[in-house]
Design a protein around this ligand. Structure first.
Ligand SMILES: Cc1cc2nc3c(=O)[nH]c(=O)nc-3n(C[C@H](O)[C@H](O)[C@H](O)COP(=O)(O)O)c2cc1C
Length: 217
């Protein structure tokens, strides 16, 4: 697949097939992601692959937390929507409006989105990206570059992805099940797998016109 095709083809999938992903493919994708640039080549990332038993344990533990109404406490704090800059708030509002209207009605949208989130998208694999707690903000930037590389490499291998905050809401659970050292923090979880052919997966998010974000001087 050409790079431009992969960039345009990648989109977030929120319902995966119950079909495993081969370890060799996961290894290849992560190895390609490692080509990402980083501050003085510090390569701050680690990747923890949750699948089979470990992923089921995570899903069960998250479900338990959701049942008691615990929203979680991710290592990267979530900022109240009203505090975001006006344009970013407007973009998020537009996204929410668009995805809801992609479904037949509001109830279906609500149900599908809630189920997707509660089931961790039926992901057969989640790749958890961590960085050391002893890191500058630049390492978060580096982890983002690594994550996008990973998702594009996955696209090139015929796989679908979604990066989620949802999957890193309970770091204590993740440290325990994935045996992640306490001196690392979770940046994001990337679900990986084969998509189902459902409404939730056919939505394509929009972008601002390029002249609104590109400034020549
Ligand atoms: C850091 C990050 C966290 C995200 N967390 C979630 C999430 O918890 N749940 C979700 O449904 N989508 C999540 N997304 C996916 C975004 O909603 C999605 O990337 C955005 O709407 C653009 O759509 P696209 O990925 O299909 O291009 C997240 C994306 C990023 C980059």
């Amino acid at each position: 697949m050409e790079l431009q095709e992969a960039i345009n083809h990648r989109h977030s999938v929120r319902k995966f097939q119950d079909k495993p992903v081969k370890r060799e493919v996961i290894t290849k994708i992560v190895q390609l992601a490692q080509r990402a640039p980083s501050w003085v080549n510090s390569q701050p990332w680690q990747v923890y692959c949750a699948m089979d038993n470990s992923l089921q344990k995570i899903k069960d533990a998250y479900h338990k937390q959701d049942t008691v109404g615990n929203h979680g406490q991710p290592d990267l704090p979530v900022m109240n929507r009203e505090k975001w800059a006006a344009q970013t708030q407007a973009n998020m509002k537009e996204w929410r409006h668009e995805i809801v209207h992609h479904f037949a009605n509001f109830d279906e949208a609500h149900e599908e989105m809630t189920n997707a989130s509660a089931s961790l998208y039926h992901s057969p694999v989640i790749l958890y990206i961590t960085i050391p707690k002893a890191s500058p903000d630049w390492s978060i930037f580096d982890a983002g570059l690594f994550a996008e590389n990973l998702m594009l490499a996955a696209t090139d291998c015929g796989l679908s992805t979604i990066p989620t905050y949802n999957s890193v809401r309970f770091p204590t659970i993740l440290h325990q099940i994935l045996k992640v050292p306490e001196n690392e923090r979770f940046i994001v979880g990337i679900s990986l797998g084969y998509p189902t052919e459902t409404t939730i997966n056919t939505y394509r998010s929009k972008r601002r016109p390029v002249n609104e974000i590109l400034h020549f001087n």
